[in-house]
Ligand binder design. Structure first.
Ligand SMILES: [Zn+2]
Length: 241
């Protein structure tokens, strides 16, 4: 074989190795918890830490400490002691489409400032109700690097950090709905799958559970069986860049 052909072969093999190192062929899984429900601290944290995993909480800082919701101390423990990511979600879950510019700016920026003042170094933002008028988009991007919407998108590298999709768990769902989605992502070679939760409940809870803890544990067990990596959102996106 001619020398230059060897060079081309060597270069292409090298780029293949590089490609497989920077583009995992199995998805990273992110678990996100919206709206600061207190059982995330008691139940989800324990279940995740059994596997050595961490997650992202998207919180409305104006509601921290209210009845049934995470206290500031619990949130700080999640961040400092358990190394969870805390992201923004507006001050009081405002519907940005209903606000004028100054109201939207306050809902986004005061929330961000609260999270910074509490020591959370917020880098990710989840759109409340999944909507953001285009005029307010620069407000969010001036503070945050990663934006999660409310649509379940197939995400492949290179990721668009402004359009991150997710699958929100719905009350009454079985674990299989989530595990089937993850299986599909594995088959399709997706790079990132974000699974979102709100409340994690004790099976004996009198409330309409968003996700019973045994269903949540079944999902975690499947992810472990599949040997998938689990990371908070900002770390996952950073790794896939
Ligand atoms: Zn929310």
């Amino acid at each position: 074989m001619k020398f230059w052909l060897w060079i081309i072969l060597a270069l292409s093999l090298g780029s293949c190795t590089f490609f497989t190192q920077t583009k995992p062929d199995r998805p990273i899984i992110c678990f996100t918890f919206d709206d600061q429900h207190h059982n995330v601290y008691h139940l989800a944290r324990q279940a995740l830490s059994d596997y050595g995993w961490r997650a992202t909480c998207f919180v409305n800082s104006g509601a921290i400490g209210a009845s049934g919701l995470l206290s500031l101390q619990q949130l700080q423990e999640l961040h400092q002691d358990w190394n969870w990511e805390i992201g923004g979600h507006t001050l009081n879950h405002e519907d940005l489409a209903e606000l004028d510019y100054s109201e939207a700016a306050y809902a986004i920026e005061q929330d961000y400032q609260n999270l910074v003042n509490w020591g959370f170094n917020p880098r990710s933002f989840a759109l409340p109700k999944g909507v953001c008028p285009a005029a307010y988009f620069p407000l969010i991007k001036s503070h945050y690097d990663y934006l999660r919407g409310s649509t379940d998108l197939a995400m492949h590298v290179p990721l668009d950090p402004d359009v991150l999709g997710y699958l929100p768990f719905q009350s009454g769902w079985t674990a299989q709905i989530i595990t089937d989605r993850i299986k599909r992502g594995i088959i399709n070679g997706e790079s990132l799958i974000i699974i979102g939760f709100h409340r994690i409940e004790d099976p004996n809870s009198i409330y309409n559970a968003n996700c019973p803890i045994d269903v949540f544990r079944e999902i975690l067990s499947f992810v472990k069986q599949q040997n998938l990596e689990v990371l908070p959102l900002a770390e996952a996106v950073q790794k896939l860049k």
